[in-house]
Design a protein around this ligand. Structure first.
Ligand code: ADP
Ligand code: MG
Length: 319
């Protein structure tokens, strides 16, 4: 049976790129660069709540870090360091090795050093705290949306929820669609570079983890405004192309979680600049609505011109 220290040395100790003191001492030493603020976020993934207990460990390793990087992306911050707290029922070395492979693949892809952590026996639970840097005063919060701002979303949200619907047997996706939707669910691609490029451009931003409408509600609440969504502008076509009918595509896009796309607001004067930025990042971008003055009101403007207000409840673990 490997000891806790063998496991840490074998699977979680890698040469540090930019960490003054990394795994192995009582604390890590991080040195933020001059003029930077630290952006810090924690996300916990719990077996049975956030993933199936028999989930493939390599993908789980990727996702555990990716969802944290996404939180920093949503602030316009650059991910730099992470610490990993692991609770494992058994010391299954093959599982841990695969998990670490996925975790470090994501760490390498986004320039993150694993600086420390904790490893303990217990119910399967994966918790990452991530530290990033953002030039002081430039972080993009949820509270800056203003009446008249455009509402934007990156990529094609809804694929992760469609993948989950497929896993649950609610729909049988054709093989190619199943593959891309399951990739969206298991290996989300945080929009780290694009989030940083939005500093000075976006007025408010968050990453969509619990569904577009629910997460939009957080921006509306923090910014004290409302929004009108133009249904015809929603990127539903990509979901239809996967085989989802209108109702399912809409549910996945508006209420599905786990996409980790960026939802942000920006003044209309930024439209041209945003188009150029998106092109430069190889990212599709949809302008899906407008920020309105009525605090907390969310209106859906249908393609036929009808309008109705809607609740913006997202996923609530305690509801
Ligand atoms: P302590 O008893 O002082 O808390 P630990 O024995 O928990 O120290 O950890 C030893 C070292 O290994 C520490 O530097 C800690 O940050 C690191 N560490 C423990 N678990 C992990 C992990 N899963 N990933 C990365 N580093 C880890
Ligand atoms: Mg410890």
């Amino acid at each position: 049976m490997p000891s806790e220290f063998d496991l840490i040395r074998r699977h979680f100790t890698r040469p540090a790129r930019h960490t003054a003191l990394s795994v192995g001492d009582d604390a890590a030493l991080l040195a933020p660069r001059a003029g930077m603020q630290l952006a810090v976020s924690t996300d916990m993934l719990v077996a049975g709540t956030h993933f199936f207990p028999d989930a493939e460990p390599e993908a789980l390793g990727w996702k555990t870090l990716a969802v944290n990087i996404s939180d920093l992306a949503a602030m316009g911050a650059e991910p730099r360091w992470a610490v990993l707290a692991l609770s494992l029922p058994v010391a299954d070395e093959a599982w841990i090795a695969a998990f670490a492979r996925g975790f470090f693949a994501c760490a390498d892809a986004f320039g993150v050093d694993l600086a420390g952590g904790d490893t303990t026996r217990g119910p399967l639970n994966l918790c990452v705290t991530i530290f990033g840097e953002v030039p002081a005063g430039t972080a993009i919060t949820r509270g800056g949306a203003r009446t008249g701002d455009d509402l934007w979303i990156t990529g094609t949200p809804g694929h992760a929820a469609l993948g989950l619907a497929h896993l649950r047997g609610e729909i049988a996706l054709p093989p190619a669609a199943a593959q891309s939707c399951l990739a969206a669910l298991h290996r989300p691609q945080p929009r780290a570079a694009f989030g940083q490029a939005l500093r000075g451009v976006a007025s408010a931003m968050l990453d969509v983890s619990d569904g577009l409408l629910g997460d939009l509600g957080h921006i509306l609440e923090s910014s004290g405004c409302g929004a009108r969504i133009d249904v015809a502008a929603l990127p539903l076509a990509a979901l239809h192309a996967c085989g989802a009918d209108e109702a399912l595509a809409r549910r996945c896009l508006l209420s599905g979680g786990d996409d980790y796309e960026l939802l942000f607001t920006a003044p209309p004067s930024q439209r041209e600049h945003l188009a150029v930025l998106a092109l430069g990042h190889g990212l599709s971008l949809s302008r899906i609505g407008t920020i309105t003055a009525t605090a907390g009101e969310l209106v859906l403007h249908e393609a036929d011109g009808r309008e109705h207000t809607t609740a913006h409840a997202g996923y609530d673990h305690f509801a």
